[in-house]
Ligand binder design. Structure first.
Ligand SMILES: C[S@@+](CC[C@H](N)C(=O)[O-])C[C@H]1O[C@@H](n2cnc3c(N)ncnc32)[C@H](O)[C@@H]1O
Length: 252
């Protein structure tokens, strides 16, 4: 009996971005638990039992995975990107805060994956080449006030920033407010990258000066990277890259 839960990240889309360790965990699993579109990305195998579930049921999904493992399963919990970046690892540990006796001898492992912001950064150059921070713009699990405070402080600290979950159809106004806050804090001195469906066949990358950004440029398939005041473009033949230098020159 296996009794294992392996929490895996299957990267942003491109099969080559799935790590060998994650592929091996999926190949030996008896059960796969995850959000429907992520389960659909797994290689089909007749002896793999899939347990797809809807969005926003992360704790139920985590408990289900632990129960399946306690019954002897070798269970993979599947996230896109990295499983610890706004994804399932934390949900499994949250579920364990209210333990069931049956879970006591379940072995738990987290295997990292390539998160969307790193795939997006690589696709355009190195906008995260200096200090940066990463903010989930969804206010499902935290109040807007804390998001706004973090945005303002990150802008004042001249961090580059990466935003996940920027703009859903049910709460489109958060991203509008985000752009407003950034325009107030940063003036016109920032490049913004809208990276949609990164590493997938329909990938698009747009680089837009902050003052020209509009909320409709992002949706839930987009990761948004805002450069620091030092982020710039460099031309190489036909290619234009965006990067943030490793050094920080202070203007005098
Ligand atoms: C719930 S979060 C999951 C993040 C995931 N764990 C990761 O590490 O990439 C979902 C958000 O990730 C971003 N995202 C995930 N995959 C993406 C991709 N292929 N291209 C652009 N953004 C992506 C989007 O901002 C999306 O709204």
């Amino acid at each position: 009996m296996s009794k294992t839960v392996t929490i895996v990240g299957i990267g942003p889309g491109e099969q080559g971005f799935v790590t060998p360790e994650v592929s091996a965990a999926i190949a030996r699993a008896t059960d796969a638990v995850g959000y429907i579109p992520y389960i659909e990305r797994l290689p089909a195998r007749p002896d793999l039992v899939c347990h797809p579930s809807d969005n926003r049921v992360e704790l139920d999904r985590a408990r289900h995975a632990l129960d399946l493992a306690a019954a002897g399963g070798d269970v993979v919990v599947v996230s896109s990107g990295d499983p610890s970046v706004f994804a399932m690892s934390a949900a499994v540990f949250e579920a364990m805060e209210t333990p069931s006796a049956a879970w006591a001898d379940v072995n738990i492992t987290v295997l990292p994956g390539i998160t969307a912001m790193l795939a997006a950064s690589a696709a355009i150059g190195a906008p995260l080449g200096h200090d940066f921070c990463c903010i989930n713009l969804s206010d499902n699990l935290k109040p807007w006030d804390i998001i706004e405070r973090r945005l303002r402080l990150a802008a004042q600290g001249d961090f580059a920033m990466a935003f996940y979950n920027p703009r859903s159809t049910s709460r489109p106004h958060g991203f509008e407010k985000t752009l407003q806050v950034l325009k107030e804090e940063c003036g016109d001195n920032r490049l913004v990258i809208f990276a949609r469906n990164v590493s997938r066949p329909d990938q698009t990358i747009r680089v837009v000066p902050l003052q020209e950004t509009t909320p409709d440029m992002a949706d839930m398939r987009t990761v948004v990277i805002v450069g620091s005041s030092k982020t710039k473009t460099v031309q190489h033949g036909e290619q234009k890259f965006v990067y943030t230098p490793r050094y920080y020159e202070v203007d005098v």
